[in-house]
Design a protein around this ligand. Structure first.
Ligand code: NAI
Ligand code: MG
Length: 483
């Protein structure tokens, strides 16, 4: 077994501290067994973390640095994470359920965010505005101050890295609220910040219950900006708290994203999209390809291929799955697994058919069969609500307009895909799809460099890419009268 400590602490104002609310037990969803315990923050802990971050911001210890220096520190966080990947990937697997090779991908992805935003630190520039000879006028990009990062359990290390890297690169200070289901591996970010030389209080990390520590952080009067990834209901609560304090937030709230597969699509290539689009991280991905909207002439063929891919996946403890391959780990918890299985059962009761899967696996832990549903109509719960599990719905269409209407026919609008060899048809879809990013002929095409975020109930604001830098700075205009 890999080294997992019996207990973990929170990181507040440069010290590793116990929690005012005691501790929370962390379960290994790959076995159902107790894994470790983590300090649980109360509102007073949140207050100390925010005060520390506010003190560092007021000192201008980060904001005053030449951006290249700040960028080097941010990159050093990434280098530390990359160097410690093999120690922490098994920890992430044991607390989250994903295969070890997927945990390695996540930690590499986290390191990459710090590399990317470290490199971007020097590119944030203002402009000069001509007002005639009597004036000099220029803008500067000022950090907001204390940024709050409320993190989900599906990619805890990578999601924290995504927003923290951009916030630090632009000179903000940080308080991270880690997810109560997966609060362990994310602590590597605090260790990395410490090792990279960020002063005490610049980066704080605490685990706490959403309605307690999460709500205290979102509503704290000294928090200046909030980033949240998670459910719509919690997003609304956070945006409401932010509005009370008149601070901006970025909300990334998941989706019910559709791939439109036309009659001329390359289905051999599309098999890769099915495999990754819905079964990566056991489908617990906000931008999962949870619906395939396929031309009726190719429907049966797509169902056959999806069924074969699902059945070829070996499902079991992530820690035994070291090599990238046709395998899948546990879901994050039995509650999330039961929620997904319940949605499938209701879909079947409503008339959908199981092409394969659909049930909890008879194993200790939180395992769910890779599932493919047919006979799904666009108005069913399974076609409208996020399952957040390895569950694919296949829906046939006849006309292009109908395909777009089905794809756009949910409250969400995170990502969308179109699969065709016809460029005109692809371009029509890219314009018509209600989604923050559209994939043509490859699901998940893009990277750290490409902006990501939603339309509608999928949220607002953009993470990733250079767009995300503007979440963390406010323009100050300085106008000088010359004599
Ligand atoms: P959640 O949205 O409640 O939890 C996400 C984070 O928000 C956690 O850190 C949690 O502690 C925190 N939180 C919860 N209530 C809060 C509050 N009142 N104030 C401040 N922070 C709060 O998600 P949950 O309940 O774990 O999962 C439910 C569903 O949400 C999932 O089945 C999935 O559909 C969706 N979800 C989507 C994610 C995405 O990547 N878009 C990630 C996680 C969940
Ligand atoms: Mg919740």
């Amino acid at each position: 077994m890999t080294g997992i400590d019996a207990a973990y602490r929170n990181y507040i104002d440069g010290a590793w501290v116990p929690g005012g609310a005691g501790h929370i037990d962390v379960t290994d969803p790959g076995s159902g067994a107790h894994l470790t315990r983590v300090a649980l923050a109360d509102a007073a802990d949140v207050d100390r973390a925010v005060e520390a971050a506010a003190r560092v911001h007021a000192s201008r210890a980060l904001a005053a640095l030449r951006p290249v220096e700040r960028g080097r520190m941010v990159r050093a966080v990434g280098a530390w994470i990359a160097a410690h990947r093999n120690t922490w990937a098994p920890v992430l697997t044991r607390e989250q359920g994903k295969p070890l090779w997927e945990a390695e991908i996540e930690i590499d992805g986290a390191a990459r965010y710090f590399e990317y935003y470290g490199n971007q630190a020097e590119t944030v520039e203002g402009r000069s505005i001509p007002l005639g000879d009597g004036y000099i006028d220029y803008t500067t990009c000022e950090p907001y101050g204390v940024t709050a990062h409320i993190i989900p359990w599906n990619y805890p290390v990578e999601m924290a890295a995504r927003s923290v890297a951009a916030a630090l690169a632009t000179g903000n200070t940080v308080v991270i609220k880690s997810p109560e289901l997966t609060p362990v591996a994310i602590t590597m970010i605090a260790h990395a910040a410490q090792a990279a030389g960020f002063p005490p209080g610049a980066v704080n990390l605490l685990c706490g219950l959403g309605p307690v520590a999460g709500a205290a952080l979102a509503g704290h009067p000294k928090v200046n900006q909030i980033v949240f990834t998670g459910s719509v209901a919690t997003g609304i609560a956070i945006a409401t708290a932010a509005a009370q304090n008149v601070v901006p937030c970025v909300l990334e709230l998941g989706g019910k994203s559709a791939a439109i597969v036309h009659d001329d699509a390359d289905l051999d290539a599309f098999e890769t999209d099915i495999r990754w689009g819905i079964f990566f991280n056991a489908g617990q991905v906000c931008s999962a390809m949870s619906r395939i909207v396929v031309h009726e002439s190719r429907h049966d063929e797509v169902v056959e291929r999806a069924t074969a891919i699902a059945r070829a996946l070996s499902v079991g403890p992530g820690i035994e799955r070291r090599e990238s391959g046709p395998n899948m780990g546990a879901m994050v918890s039995q509650a999330q697994r039961d929620r997904a299985a319940g949605m499938v059962a209701r879909a079947v009761a409503a008339g959908a058919k199981l092409a394969t899967g659909g049930h909890a696996l008879n194993l200790p832990g939180a395992f769910m069969e890779p599932t493919v549903l047919t006979g799904v109509t666009p108005d069913m719960e399974i076609a409208q609500q996020e399952v957040f599990g390895p569950v694919l719905s296949v829906i046939p269409f006849r006309t292009e307009d109908e395909a777009i209407a089905i794809a756009n026919g949910t409250d969400y609008g995170l990502v969308g895909g179109v699969f065709t060899r016809d460029l005109d048809r692809a371009m029509r879809a890219t314009r018509a799809m209600r989604a923050g990013q559209v994939f043509v002929n490859e699901w998940f095409a893009g990277g750290v460099e490409t902006p990501f975020g939603g339309i509608g109930k999928s949220g607002y604001g953009r993470e990733k890419g250079r767009e995300a830098l503007w979440n963390y700075v406010q323009t100050r205009n300085t106008a000088i009268k010359l004599r």
